[in-house]
Design a protein around this ligand. Structure first.
Ligand code: SAM
Length: 279
């Protein structure tokens, strides 16, 4: 082992040369490879996916721990098993709607783990489109053995986004949420209409919600509207989640950087998809 002074000097040199984040992520990779020898060996043999998956799952577990506390190791294993479910969904999505880039794999796993930990009676989400987030929520509810997902989306094939009108949000021959496997639909209530009208009625009907995800129209007005309404109806210990929180001022208020936890692992603070627990 070298002397501590020289190790520190080398670390400073490496962080200047490659960037501090790069150095930490390399050290993290080495640590994870040592703790997962078979993934580490595959990586050295040129097969990178296995270790990349371990890295991904590890960072999501860190996010969930920051948000909700200790994670049962069995749940960490469950996330690895979820890979086949995810592969099937993504293959289907890419074959039918290749230009869409909805939530990332890591973000979907984050939603799944939060749902498994909170064990919600009622989840409400706005923005379904193909049904990726819905599928992950419903998969988690199936494992929980109870709970309902209420989803809201527009009946039309087009919607307004920050970049203008999206005319073909789903393939022409399918309906909103087409990606959700049939066997998971029994715990699903899909309401078609503008969230401005549907959400107040829906939330008034359900007596308190445990999880809320905003992923509909990412305008300042809509984000503020949905966040404040959902917050009012969230029970204590419930979780407010939103995609694309970087797009709105309202997010800074509802997802303060010292309390919200992004799906990026390792630190509190905001990410594209972030979550906050109602105290
Ligand atoms: C980014 S996509 C949702 C992606 C989805 N969460 C997923 O994981 O695949 C946005 C969706 O929000 C819906 N949307 C846009 N404006 C809306 C509104 N005013 N009310 C309800 N849904 C709306 C759109 O129709 C579109 O399907």
């Amino acid at each position: 082992m070298g002397d501590p002074g020289s190790i520190v000097r080398k670390a400073i040199w490496a962080s200047k040369r490659f960037g501090i984040e790069q150095v930490f992520s390399s050290l993290n990779l080495i640590g994870l490879a040592l703790r997962n020898p078979s993934a580490g060996a595959s990586y050295l043999a040129g097969e990178r996916k296995k270790l990349q998956m371990v890295v991904l799952h590890n960072s999501i577990t860190v996010s969930v721990k920051l948000l909700l506390g200790e994670v049962d190791p069995r749940l960490e294993d469950e996330i690895l098993e979820l890979e086949t479910f995810g592969d099937d969904l993504w293959n289907e999505l890419r074959s039918r709607a290749p230009r869409w880039t909805p939530l990332s794999r890591a973000e979907c796993n984050y939603l799944y783990m939060i749902c498994r930990m909170v064990k919600p009676k009622h989840i409400v989400e706005t923005g379904v489109q193909h049904g990726l987030s819905s599928a992950y929520f419903l998969k988690a509810l199936e494992r929980n053995g109870s709970g309902m997902l209420h989803s809201v989306d527009l009946p039309s094939k087009e919607y307004t986004s920050r970049i203008g009108t999206i005319a073909d949000k789903i393939p022409p021959d399918v309906k909103c949420g087409w990606l959700v496997p049939r066997e998971l639909r029994k715990n699903w209530n899909l309401e078609l209409g503008d969230s401005r009208y549907i959400l107040p009625r829906l939330l008034a009907k359900i007596n308190g919600i445990d999880l809320f995800l905003h992923d509909s129209e990412h305008t300042e007005e809509m984000m503020r509207f949905e966040y404040s309404l959902a917050w009012k109806h969230l029970r204590k210990g419930g979780v407010l989640m939103s995609d694309d929180i970087d797009l709105s001022e309202a997010s800074r208020e509802f997802f303060p950087a010292d309390k919200a936890v992004g799906a990026n692992g390792y630190r509190k603070g905001i990410a594209k998809l972030s979550a906050i627990v109602k105290p």
